[in-house]
Design a protein. Structure first.
Length: 92
């Protein structure tokens, strides 16, 4: 995981507004390949979305927290970040 300013991911969510997450302090290292030798969700979804040419992602607010990790991986893989919208989830 990067540190300093490199670890700070900023993005705009079309429902939730401006978002900032420091991956080094909020998330720290995260799994890319599971113990059962399967690719973990965060990496798999980034690669799959990039391969499919996904430009817009709409999801529940419960997925907002993982978006910064996905954007970081998109930057590492030099693939474009989609536009995000995380709406209300349940009674939120």
């Amino acid at each position: 995981m990067p540190d300093g300013e490199t670890a700070v991911i900023r993005f705009y969510d079309r429902w939730q507004g401006e978002q900032t997450q420091n991956l080094a302090t909020k998330v720290d290292d995260f799994v890319l390949k599971r113990a059962d030798n399967q690719w973990a969700y965060q990496l798999a979804v980034v690669v799959d979305d990039a391969d499919a040419g996904i430009t817009h992602i709409v999801g529940g607010a419960d997925l907002l927290d993982s978006t910064a990790r996905q954007i970081y991986l998109q930057q590492c893989l030099d693939v474009p970040a989609p536009t995000y919208l995380h709406g209300a989830c349940g009674d939120e």
